[in-house]
Ligand binder design. Structure first.
Ligand SMILES: CC(=O)SCCNC(=O)CCNC(=O)[C@H](O)C(C)(C)COP(=O)(O)OP(=O)(O)OC[C@H]1O[C@@H](n2cnc3c(N)ncnc32)[C@H](O)[C@@H]1OP(=O)(O)O
Length: 453
């Protein structure tokens, strides 16, 4: 998506977006974020615990339609991201769109790339808009960690499948015994890396240690995140939230995130390490918590948006994915991707007014910032002539982040883009970069430009 443009250009990223497509004379259209929404992000096992992931995605899709007033007829495609799939709704985008009342003629598909799944939904949508396949695409994502698929273990599964083929009563009995023997040792899903078996929390702890981030720094950053999120919520900045009605014995309409919790350094310092015991530094308070929630964004070509009477929120200018060895440092992708997305767009660090960086763990964000400010790291691992530079903390996550707002894996990417666009408007900035790490050693960066600057 990104095209290198002259550094001398007055408006590098804008020029890039209208450069001729490779191999043809067609101009690539400007792509805009018309608007976006999310359900409240709530701690797993609480308010949404009896719902399904598809219900949350449906609420986000409906909320987006209500908020934008877009006619279903204008939508060409729906793409949603998710990570822990509910097997009954493998293509959750389709099921959610049907439940939300979308016409069945709109194709919908589901994507997955760990914590950046809804970024993938957005960047696929950008590709569809760029090529002319579509004029308007909804990209979103959902996650419900309150209910995850728990499987019988392999031996039990094998026996269950084999019992139908057993020919004699004795063979059936033997297989039945094998099933019973294995019923009480189910396979539980874990937030861990397949190739190494390492949990994300363990990896975050190792990363913080490798880049010299202290426990105190992590706790302070966590308090910062919660304090900023609380102020943003109080100040009406979380206007992307659409309320969700939860039916049941005590019906309730959920209107706000419920994980924001401003605490003190004294309290946080009493918490025990959650992953690397007993000497680790990642705790329940400086880690993102397991979250339920969904998001949805309406993307259009600028021309189509204006022709249909929409006032876009921002331009989506480009994106970059990266990947590293997941056994080495799983969560270091923001450091790799931030320079790439900025420089490939013909911009410099000082041109970026707003950063929205996914907060998997406080120590992970701080380690990434240290990496970018390290001559050794940038020379050795990124092939640069020296360090990229330290990002200004005043520009980072000023409405809080995943540590405080929450992190429903499949939905976070759209939340990052939404807050980046919202902050550009409020802070009167021009360019925003969002960056996030993901399992598999992956990461994504996206460049967003304020609309009408
Ligand atoms: C690319 C990526 O995004 S990778 C990241 C993927 N995500 C993850 O890996 C999820 C990581 N998080 C987790 O697995 C879980 O949230 C854990 C393991 C860290 C913590 O889970 P739990 O132990 O259930 O946390 P719980 O909410 O019970 O909190 C434990 C304690 O910390 C306290 N606590 C938690 N947060 C805070 C806070 N912000 N302020 C003060 N105290 C806090 C709780 O009150 C509780 O105290 P108590 O024991 O006195 O009751």
């Amino acid at each position: 998506m990104l095209r290198a443009v002259s550094r001398s250009s007055q408006c590098a990223a804008r020029a890039a977006s209208t450069a001729p497509a490779a191999g043809g004379n067609q101009k690539r259209p400007n792509i805009v974020l018309v608007d976006s929404v999310r359900t409240p992000f709530v701690t797993s096992g609480t308010l949404f615990k009896d719902m399904m992931s598809v219900d949350l995605q449906k609420e986000a899709l409906r909320g987006l339609i209500r908020k934008t007033g877009v006619d279903y007829k204008l939508i060409d495609h729906v793409i949603c991201g998710t990570v822990v799939q509910e097997c009954k709704t493998a293509n959750v985008a389709r099921e959610a769109a049907l439940l939300a009342g979308f016409p069945d003629k709109i194709p919908c598909h589901t994507v997955t790339l760990a914590c950046i799944s809804s970024n993938v939904a957005m960047t696929e949508a950008m590709g569809m808009l760029s090529t002319g396949y579509a004029n308007a695409v909804i990209a979103g994502g959902t996650e419900l960690l309150s209910d995850v698929p728990i499987r019988y273990n392999r031996k039990a599964r094998k026996a269950m499948l084999g019992i139908q083929k057993a020919k004699t009563p004795m063979a059936k009995l033997q297989i039945g015994a094998e099933i019973v023997k294995n019923l009480l040792s189910p396979e539980l899903p874990a937030v861990s890396e397949f190739t190494s078996g390492e949990t994300m929390g363990h990896s975050g702890d190792r990363l913080a240690a490798a880049f010299g981030v202290s426990r105190r720094e992590q706790d302070e950053f966590a308090i910062r995140s919660h304090t900023l999120a609380e102020a943003a919520a109080r100040g009406g900045k979380m206007s992307d939230i659409v309320p969700v009605f939860v039916d049941g014995k005590k019906p309730v309409t959920v209107k706000a995130d419920n994980g924001i919790r401003v605490s003190t350094l004294e309290k946080l310092s009493t918490l025990k390490p959650a992953f690397v015991k007993p000497h680790g530094t990642v705790t329940a308070a400086n880690a993102s918590f397991l979250t339920d929630g969904a998001s949805a964004a309406l993307l259009m070509t600028e021309e189509y948006a204006l022709a249909n009477g929409f006032k876009p929120k921002a331009y989506l200018r480009g994106y970059q994915y990266v990947a590293q060895d997941p056994k080495d440092q799983l969560l270091l992708s923001p450091a790799y991707v931030i320079p790439k997305i900025i420089e490939k767009s013909g911009l410099k660090l000082s041109d970026i007014d707003v950063f929205e960086i996914h907060e998997a763990f406080a120590g992970q964000v701080l380690a990434n910032l240290n990496a970018l400010d390290s001559d050794y790291f940038c020379k050795t691992f990124m092939g640069r002539s020296g360090k990229f530079g330290r990002l200004d903390m005043e520009k980072i996550n000023r409405w809080g982040g995943s540590l405080s707002i929450g992190h429903p894996f499949g939905a976070t990417g759209v939340r990052l883009a939404t807050h980046a666009a919202g902050r550009l408007k409020e802070e009167k900035g021009r360019y925003a970069v969002i960056a996030a790490c993901a399992a598999g050693g992956h990461g994504v960066g996206m460049l967003i430009e304020a609309y009408g600057k």
